[in-house]
Design a protein around this ligand. Sequence first.
Ligand SMILES: [Zn+2]
Length: 42
Amino acid sequence: METVKCSKCGKGEDAVRLIEYRYQGKKEYVCVRCLPVFVHGG
Ligand SMILES: [Zn+2]
């Protein structure tokens, strides 16, 4: 089974809520805690 974890902090879906997105043809995930940083280009 695919390991789902935040691409920023590496936390898994058991610890945080993750949001799926696509980048350069790949499916990646970012958690809600990293999302504000992610959106603002951090
Ligand atoms: Zn994160």
